[in-house]
Design a protein around this ligand. Sequence first.
Ligand code: KG4
Ligand code: ZN
Length: 339
Amino acid sequence: MKILCIETTCDETAAAIVTDELSVLGSVVASQEGLHREFKGVVPEIAARAHVERIFPVIDQALKKAEISLGDLDAVAVCNTPGLSGSLLVGVVAAKSLCLVNDLPLIAINHLHAHVFACQLDAEHSVFPCVGMIVSGGHTHLYSYQSALSAQYMGGTIDDAAGEAFDKVASMLGLPYPGGPAVSRVALNGDPTAHQFPRSFIHEDRLDFSFSGLKTAVRYAIGGPGSKDISHVKLEDGQISDLAASFQQAVVDCLVSKSVLAVKQSGMKNLCVGGGVAANQVLRAQLSERCTQEGIKLFIAPREYCTDNAVMGAIAIERFKAGLFEDLSLNIKPGLVRH
Ligand code: KG4
Ligand code: ZN
């Protein structure tokens, strides 16, 4: 079985052909980083327009890489939730057109559950049942999964997402967008204990995250207590590295502690972690160490499938097997649906 998966939820235009054995026959990701860099974040209108230009060339390229044509496909799958409205629409319309013209079944993908499913791509056995933590630019959430298709919301951020905090702190430190890779790069030379930044709810029994106070604490550390405008502050390289390392450590401490707490509360044994921030080496190393101590089996998405890609859309295979198809009235759901 061969499924074309399409991903256009935010600022990556991606297509991949995956099989029911989870082999990747072809995968293409057209990143828009260059288009959004000067704005230090994703501009929805620019993202949607770029998806329109790129979607069919990206699909063509993925099919070429897989050395197949549309006629060889068994289904087309597309992420229709959550994400930016204009971006989601481009993928959904493209998928519906391909299904209509080629008489193929249509499958809907939830982007968050796809991030967690990315852990399955590298695993020898089923990673389900598990607790799944999605740590991305738009989301930081914990779900308990009985299976790939059955998830219950356990908790999540009450303000910023972890990736969003990396992006905003990068901007304060004068580092480029996307902030995660830039912050983690300079953090390598910094002291993670140089600043004692807040770790919200870390000693509480609740499964929530909050990164907005942490962001403010970084701003005050740069410009002084109560500072609002820090654009005039000039930082030395060593100061930037210490701020980056201390900020990163605070985020990692929160993610490690809440994901472990979620596993303990769920009574499950497996923890799966996906999303752009899961590419972070410090998070990967410290999660792995803590899970070993706690007897938790940890699965982290392969690094190339942490940031947005279409291969994680392989969760569509599960929907295909369960007979979960959509008709051409499939719509987008930009907001988070907590199930
Ligand atoms: O999953 P993703 O590609 O998009 C969303 O679904 O939001 O995640 C993008 C986010 C960005 O905020 C980016 O700064 C962050 O993931 N990110 C990282 C790293 N690589 C990407 N954050 C921390 N460390 C990284 N190495
Ligand atoms: Zn994502």
